[in-house]
Ligand binder design. Structure first.
Ligand code: SAM
Length: 196
């Protein structure tokens, strides 16, 4: 079975437009077959981005892990007027993210990376709606190893559904981070992690 991250290049392209608005600022994303949440903005991603924007006063370098067509990174780059780096293992997603960066003229870059393999920098914020369907080891790799790519005061923000093991993941991450559940909505939990 093909998942949205399996890089099936034979999958027919059918470009769609997804609109979104934040505080009077309009966004229009190109999406396609073979990427996550291709027909609408995922509720968890929206909750994560909006919670992040409402709770973040400082500016800094942001890394969006598993960027898909670029929703989270592009909204953050535009609203906070900062540079965002976006990575994904899915080639079609990265291609769309690049097109969306150009289309919305934001200060951001997108490139292929399997988890952090092409990341050498440190970031003030790592933000992710992680790929649950890729399995627990990828999930742990993204969330636990974020620590190596955060500055000393850096923050990891992620969203997970209650029925996707949000509570047990929180426990697993508590050995590595101070973990705070910032908001809950419709079964989605947004977490903020800081290094001990
Ligand atoms: C839940 S989706 C979120 C997509 C996007 N951030 C959004 O909000 O629409 C998770 C993303 O992680 C990507 N992904 C899966 N495995 C990955 C890996 N090993 N390294 C990097 N990204 C991965 C998927 O291709 C997918 O785009």
């Amino acid at each position: 079975m093909d998942h949205y991250f399996t890089n099936n290049e034979n999958l027919k392209s059918e470009i769609k437009i997804i609109n979104y608005e934040y505080n009077g600022c309009s966004f229009s994303f190109l999406s396609d077959n073979g990427v996550f949440s291709k027909n609408h903005i995922d509720y968890g991603s929206r909750l994560l981005v909006e919670t992040f924007l409402e709770n973040t006063e400082t500016r800094g370098k942001v890394l969006d892990v598993g960027c898909g067509y670029g929703f989270m990174g592009i909204v953050i780059a535009k609203i906070l007027d900062i540079h965002v780096t976006m990575i994904d293992v899915n080639k079609r997603a990265v291609h769309l993210a690049k097109r969306n960066i150009d289309k919305m003229d934001v200060n951001a870059e997108a490139f292929i990376s399997n988890v952090y393999e092409n990341i050498n920098d440190k970031y003030d914020f790592i933000i992710t709606n992680p790929p649950v369907r890729a399995g627990k080891s990828v999930l742990l790799d993204i969330l636990i190893n974020a620590k190596e790519h955060l500055t000393d005061d850096g923050q990891l923000w992620y969203v997970l559904r209650k029925d996707q093991g949000a509570k047990s993941m929180q426990k697993a991450l508590e050995s590595v981070y101070k973990v705070e559940n910032i908001c809950k909505s419709k079964g989605f939990y947004v977490f903020l992690c800081k290094k001990h």
